[in-house]
Design a protein. Sequence first.
Lengths: 133, 54
Amino acid sequence: MAAGLPTEGTNAQRPRAADVARKDAPTCGLKERLGDVRDRVRARGWDSAVVVNEERVVLGLLRTKELDKDPVQLIEQAMRPGPSTFRPYVAIDEIAHFMVEHKLENAPITTSDGRLVGLLLQGDAVSPPPEAS
Amino acid sequence: MSEPAGTMEKCSRCGRSIELCACCDELDCGAPICYACLNAALGQAMPQPHAHGG
């Protein structure tokens, strides 16, 4: 479960973070320019991006506030470093409670070794799409 | 174990002093929670019987 692999059994019907997280969330590297990343991210209709290394290990996060910083900055200067992450097996209703209480617009879902599984949006956590269950 | 210097918040569940909320990474969180309590609440880790882990 911690590696985000499929599960089976009666409890497997309960939606989990990995089922709902957006696997197509935009990613970027540390040495890219914020303005370039912002243009690319917003052109795809997103307002956040996950900063990863070559092995897709999460290094940071760019939410709306960070994307609005000076466009000439490098990602490593602008990002929110070491963001809180959640494991793929956590039940979605439990994460939703924390995301609402702490006003998190999104949260990275990672394996136990830090690799990105997807980006969980608060709206998806609160009202999971039917195909997630 | 002594508390770290310059702590700003207390965990709303266990009262441990923390610098930032482990969930939202914010200083002015309304319901700050420590890393241990967050992970225990989400089933990402087992709760420790005592704060010192013994």
